[in-house]
Design a protein around this ligand. Structure first.
Ligand code: ADP
Length: 274
């Protein structure tokens, strides 16, 4: 069984056998935080497989463990029990094959756009003419040609997030973790960015994990949505986004009856959590 994609982008989802490749696998994950005031169980019994090329949305009330899930995939946390695997390998720490996009772009104001993009390669001592060329090409692809020599303050919020996307893509990640990446943007720009990120990740076969408070954004951008419940964070329900929504761009998806129906279902699920 294939995994239908948005915009019919071609994805190599099959191994030489017939199975769809699992990009991220949580098996019986518990995460506890120990603080001076006691112990918090942030995640309980999380078991979830995310397929290669899939875009997964994580939604739920504040404190249900969304950021903790991203940190586990990123290798910033080790689960208290259970396992987190990326392409079959137990996550042992951060790696360039997993990129992050945040609400803030974290561009350094004193560096040019190109130098901001190259910062990871610079730290790794790997700024080659080829990397520089790739950065310039990516900037052009994201509609930012002419911005390389500018400084962050000369760019709009939407342009800066596109720079952040270029910086993320430069390391050629197989997985991109998206932590509320559009929540600080004007609505119009946010819709444009949703579109750009979805098409870009799908065209490259990159697996995406999107944390968002915006249920509409989750439905419009994702293939499946994981609804989490609170105290402790658990998977309440996993919903497939209908094919008619998935095959459209995030903007066009919002015009379908299925989009509205799924939105109402998730809304209902979350009403019980507040
Ligand atoms: P979300 O991203 O859904 O808002 P988080 O993953 O940030 O949820 O937090 C899940 C739970 O874990 C919350 O109860 C939060 O207070 C707690 N928590 C998160 N990070 C820490 C930490 N570093 N130390 C102690 N408790 C934490």
């Amino acid at each position: 069984m294939g995994f239908p994609t948005r915009f019919s982008a071609h994805l190599c989802l099959y191994t030489s056998e017939v199975n769809i490749m699992t990009a991220i696998s949580f098996a019986g994950v518990y995460q506890k935080y120990i603080t001076k005031s006691g112990e918090t169980t942030a995640l309980q019994e999380i078991t979830l497989d995310i397929q290669a090329g899939e875009m997964i949305g994580l939604v739920g009330p504040s404190g249900c463990g969304k950021s903790t899930l991203l940190s586990l995939i990123a290798g910033l946390l080790v689960p208290t029990s259970g396992s987190v695997r990326v392409f079959g390998e137990k996550v042992a720490g951060p790696s360039p094959d997993r990129g992050y996009m945040f609400q803030q772009d974290y561009l350094l104001p004193w560096r040019t756009i190109l130098d901001n993009i190259l910062i990871g390669a610079e730290i790794a001592g790997r700024v080659t003419p080829q990397i520089r060329e790739r950065a310039l090409h990516l900037l052009e692809e994201m509609g930012l040609d002419g911005s390389a020599a500018k400084h962050p303050h000369q760019l709009s919020g939407g342009m800066r997030q596109r720079v952040a996307l270029v910086r993320t893509l430069l390391t050629e990640p197989q997985i991109v973790l998206l932590d509320e990446p559009f929540s600080a943007l004007d609505y119009q720009i946010k819709l444009q960015l949703e579109e750009l990120v979805t098409t870009t990740l799908k065209a490259r076969g990159i697996t995406g994990v999107l944390v968002t408070h915006d249920l509409g954004e989750a439905v419009a951008m994702c293939d499946r949505i994981v609804v989490l419940s609170n105290h402790p964070g658990r998977i309440k329900r996993i919903l497939d986004v209908p094919h008619n929504v998935r095959q459209r761009s995030p903007l066009a998806a919002r015009e379908t009856a299925e989009y509205h129906s799924l939105f109402r279902t998730i809304w209902g699920d979350l009403q019980d959590e507040y």
